[in-house]
Ligand binder design. Structure first.
Ligand SMILES: [Zn+2]
Length: 70
């Protein structure tokens, strides 16, 4: 299991290493998360938000983390 989670926030799908609330599948809307690209954004857990494009910088970092966790 990768140590990061995807989180739609600020118009793009970012990844974060923040832990989610117990048992939650995603960060609830409004949760402040630190993204892998270095921002602090409010999560948007709406259905539409999950269709946003992946943040290129978070995608690159997530790829490195995934490779390192194998
Ligand atoms: Zn990002």
């Amino acid at each position: 299991m990768y140590p990061f989670h995807w989180v739609p926030a600020g118009g793009a799908r970012h990844a974060s290493l923040d832990s989610r609330p117990d048992g939650a599948f995603a960060y609830p809307s409004g949760t402040g998360v630190r993204t892998l690209c270095g921002y602090r954004l409010a999560a948007d857990n709406s259905e539409l938000a999950w269709l946003w494009e992946t943040c290129a910088e978070c995608g690159a970092v997530a790829k490195r983390l995934a490779a390192a966790s194998r």
